[in-house]
Design a binder for this molecule. Structure first.
Ligand code: ADP
Ligand code: MG
Ligand code: MG
Length: 875
């Protein structure tokens, strides 16, 4: 038997999305439920896949089935395709499994030609309507199928209106419409070198092909990549009998939601237009009326629609987004789907549906996109003030949130002003590591230069601070402490507001309100926590970040990068002293200066994380990162450290590496300079002893980075244990600590059994593990990865979503081997992936104990972990 590629609406149901696409499956479901749906058929996604397999051809088998089902459709509708007497016209609508903008636009009124249109005019006794439909069809078909630009047709219409001296399309009469048809066809022939296809069967087949083609157009590919929709899904095509909202004043078309998609309010929400077709509602040509108006205009239709809406919502147990058309007072449903909604609405609807008894808590947890929560975790502008505010400039939306404060131009000033209790926005041409402290106290950061991956953008996102970067229109004068933008000068101390979610800059104060996990949000997160198995920790280097993460529900620190602690104030100087030193004694002296700072930092972190584990990673980056590159800075350092400029140059020279990423870094630093690990261990253990005395329940976990060989791990561990045990014994206290390693070199993963025998924990550093497994660096891959996406070699950025087949396999293998060698081993992940919902799901599947991510991603990870657990339970 031949394969079935085509399904009548009456043959499908809502669970057949994979085959029929979302639109087709729901049209079938509504048909099954006895709702008024114009009938038709769906050409399956398998036909799309087959089309590509056949070298972009619709093969004979599929074509035959399409004609066969067209025949069945004619019978059901009691009209004939291409028949001038009572003709059947159809719409051709694309419909993938997931709704996808960027795909082919719908074609309406297909099946018309010069003969059929006359028949339609006679049959409906409405020639203007017939010719209006015809010219719309030529326009849509030419644009969508033949790629003749839409604006060209608009131009022809405008020209016609000008000749007639009228303004509105509605003022054009039958003869005008006929004339437009003529002009459109002439334009078509001129550009395509052939006549507009007059055979409706050809029109239909060309339209179906165009839908299949659109699955692979650049817009669709970009959207797919952004939303993780696999290329091999394909799209379905729906061929549906036309109903006409443009056939008079008892007709119309509209869109409505069962609840408000912006607020979640439980009330029908939507718009409609009388005497209109298709996209007229959203095209903005005429102003639509609110759906409530329909109750006055056509009470019977409204009542029926409200009932259907209610039934659909109860049936799908979710807020519905519906499209409908009214033809001569009769209602038709053209589409229903779970509606898109804002984060606030998503929470409210999920919670309300539970309270209304429609879904249970477990189901509610699946109803909010983890990624969506991000919008709720940052400060927001006061909505009323924002409405009245003027945008004075625009940069890149580099890190979300809203900020309002007084302008300062240096990190120093930011710190000083903040100490006095002022809220500041730090304005810089660009930022550098020395600005960190200023960035930390600022409400927001605004830079003139730099893109989405500039220092400012990356650091701000890590801190969860609002940042607008790369606003090139700004002219900063650091000396005068002012900047100009849009012809206006802004001085230090003037108020400014920036929106890191849009990139907008406002030259005035707009009050902001901080985010909090309360109300529906709090209740909802409580449900999520009930179901998840993964613990969620945070990556935090400062007490401020740690505090924020606790507020967001973090259960410990999974990664504290100690090197960030070496940049502030006097520490960087001592650090440089250490690097310049050419003997152990001098190095130790310099390290001794850093020790108290580190200890203080750790004490503060332990206090914030009372009762939760804190994983501290020992010094990781190559030392050259702590030295300057600019000549003037080198001279300054030489003076500060009381050495010659040549000496500093010499050191910089000696630290030069061809591939620092694979150079002298991580535990390799300790193998050459054991005193670094000694100092850091001392700081950790002394800090723990001190806070323990204050009653803090502290669980320090020392993490050795970049291990690739168990002996290397053992070498460093021995130093750590010797130092720690002596301190603990000398202090006469009891203190438990752990020593583990990052797994970020493939060799470590491959020899995990050996390492696990000696380690207390593994934490997957998947940023490095990804770089080292792929053999390309995160900082450079951007340049060529686009070509890999375009050629469908990779579907997504492996630094954003964990590469399950390669890197993931290393994680899974080594986790298993590690646990077999050491049953007490605990496992976590602390790369960027720890806050990515799809990667979190992977971590759940392979049985890690925790994920760790930046503070502002903690709630996202909590929800993603809960969804992974619920999905697994239901699978
Ligand atoms: P999209 O996926 O972009 O929403 P649709 O396939 O839903 O595209 O079509 C857009 C609009 O075209 C619909 O909302 C409806 O107004 C109109 N439309 C589609 N099919 C028909 C039809 N068979 N009869 C009348 N109008 C239709
Ligand atoms: Mg639609
Ligand atoms: Mg690393």
């Amino acid at each position: 038997m031949s394969h079935k590629y085509v399904y009548l609406f009456s043959e499908g149901n809502k669970d057949m999305r994979e085959l029929l696409g979302g639109k087709g499956a729901n049209l079938a479901e509504m048909t099954k439920a006895g709702m008024p749906v114009p009938q038709g058929f769906t050409i399956s996604t398998e036909a799309c896949t087959q089309y590509y397999k056949d070298g972009r051809k619709i093969n004979d088998e599929i074509q035959a089935q399409i004609y066969e089902y067209l025949g069945k459709m004619e019978e059901i509708c009691g009209k004939k395709f291409a028949d001038p007497e009572n003709p059947l016209l159809v719409s051709v609508r694309s419909g993938a499994r997931a709704s996808m903008p960027g795909m082919m636009d719908t074609i309406l009124n297909l099946g018309l030609n010069d003969v059929v249109v006359e028949g339609l005019a006679k049959f409906t006794n409405n020639p203007r309507f017939a010719y209006d439909s015809y010219r719309r069809f030529i326009q849509m078909f030419s644009d969508v199928v033949m790629e003749l630009p839409k604006p060209e047709f608009e131009k022809i219409i405008d020209q016609k209106k000008e000749e007639k001296g009228v303004k509105q399309d509605t003022e054009l009469d039958t003869e005008d419409m006929k004339d437009l048809v003529k002009r459109f066809k002439a334009f078509y022939k001129e550009n395509k070198g052939e006549d507009f296809p007059s055979d409706p069967k050809v029109q239909l087949m060309e339209a179906v092909k165009a839908v299949f083609r659109s699955w692979d157009n650049p817009r669709a590919n970009v959207y797919r990549r952004m939303n993780e929709i696999p290329y091999d899904w394909g799209t379905a095509v729906n061929v549906q009998a036309m109903v006409f909202g443009n056939s008079g004043d008892k007709s119309g078309t509209g869109v409505a939601f069962t609840r408000n998609p912006a607020t979640g309010e439980h009330k029908l929400f939507g718009e409609y237009l009388i005497n209109a077709q298709g996209e007229d509602v959203v095209a903005g040509v005429r102003t639509p009326s609110p759906i409530s108006q329909l109750e006055q205009d056509m009470p019977e239709v409204y009542k029926q629609f409200a009932e259907i809406a209610d039934r659909l919502e109860k049936h799908y147990k979710d807020m519905q987004d519906m499209e409908f058309t009214i033809e001569n007072g009769k209602l038709y449903m053209l589409q229903t789907r779970n509606g898109k909604r804002t984060a606030n609405a998503a929470l409210k609807i999920a919670v309300d549906l539970v309270h209304e008894g429609m879904i249970d808590e477990e189901e509610a947890v699946l109803r909010v996109e983890p990624q969506q929560l991000d919008a709720l975790l940052h400060p927001q502008f006061d909505a009323d003030t924002l409405k009245k505010a003027t945008v004075v400039g625009k940069g890149l939306a580099a890190s979300p949130g809203a900020a309002c404060g007084k302008i300062v131009f240096t990190a120093e000033d930011a710190k000083e002003w903040a100490k006095k209790g002022e809220k500041v926005v730090l304005v810089r041409r660009e930022t550098s590591p020395e600005d960190i402290e200023g960035m930390q106290v600022a409400e927001g950061i605004l830079t003139v230069r730099g893109g989405m991956t500039s220092h400012a953008a990356v650091v701000a996102r890590g801190m969860g601070t609002c940042c607008v970067s790369g606003c090139g229109e700004i002219n900063v004068d650091y000396d005068a402490k002012n900047f100009t933008l849009g012809g206006k000068t802004y001085n230090e101390g003037d108020y400014i507001s920036i929106d890191g979610s849009t990139g907008n800059i406002y030259g005035e104060a707009i009050p902001t309100a901080p985010a909090s996990i309360a109300g529906d949000f709090g209740l909802f997160m409580g449900w999520a926590d009930k179901y998840r198995k993964l613990k969620v920790r945070t990556n935090a280097d400062t007490p401020r970040d740690a505090h924020q993460a606790r507020e967001f529900g973090a259960e410990g620190i999974g990664l504290c990068r100690t090197e960030h602690m070496f940049f502030e104030g006097d520490r960087i100087k001592a650090m440089r002293e250490m690097i310049i030193a050419d003997n152990t004694e001098d190095r130790k002296k310099a390290l001794d200066k850093i020790m108290p700072y580190q200890q203080g930092d750790f004490e503060a972190l332990f206090e914030e994380m009372n009762g939760y584990p804190v994983t501290i990673r020992f010094l990781d980056p190559p030392l050259h990162e702590f030295l300057p590159t600019k000549e003037e800075d080198i001279a300054e350092i030489a003076k500060e450290l009381n050495v010659t400029v040549e000496k500093v140059h010499e050191v910089i020279e000696s630290l030069h590496e061809f591939n620092p990423m694979m150079g002298h870094r991580g535990c390799r630093l300790t193998v050459t300079y054991p005193e670094i690990a000694e100092m850091q261990t001392t700081a950790v253990i002394n800090a723990a002893i001190n806070v323990q005395k204050k009653g803090v329940n502290v669980i320090p976990q020392i993490m050795i980075p970049l291990v690739g060989e168990v002996k290397e791990f053992d070498f460093v561990k021995k130093i750590v244990v010797a130092t720690a045990d002596k301190l603990i014994a000398d202090a006469g206290v009891e203190l438990k600590y752990e020593v583990g390693t990052m797994i970020e070199i493939p060799r470590a993963a491959l020899t995990a059994d050996k390492i696990a025998a000696d380690a207390d924990f593994f934490c997957y550093g998947t940023n490095d593990l990804t770089q080292m497994t792929f053999g390309f660096s995160r900082d450079d891959a951007g340049k060529f990865l686009d070509a890999y996406y375009d050629n469908k070699i990779y579907e997504s950025d492996p630094f954003v979503h964990i590469d399950v087949d390669g890197v993931g396999r290393l994680v899974e293998m080594s986790a298993k081997a590690g646990r077999e060698a050491n049953a007490a081993l605990h496992l976590g992940i602390c790369g960027e992936h720890g806050g990515d919902p799809t990667s979190v799901e992977f971590c759940h599947k392979v049985g890690l104990d925790y994920v760790s991510c930046s503070p502002f991603r903690v709630p996202i990870a909590r929800l993603a972990a809960a969804q992974a657990a619920v999905k697994e339970k239901r699978a």
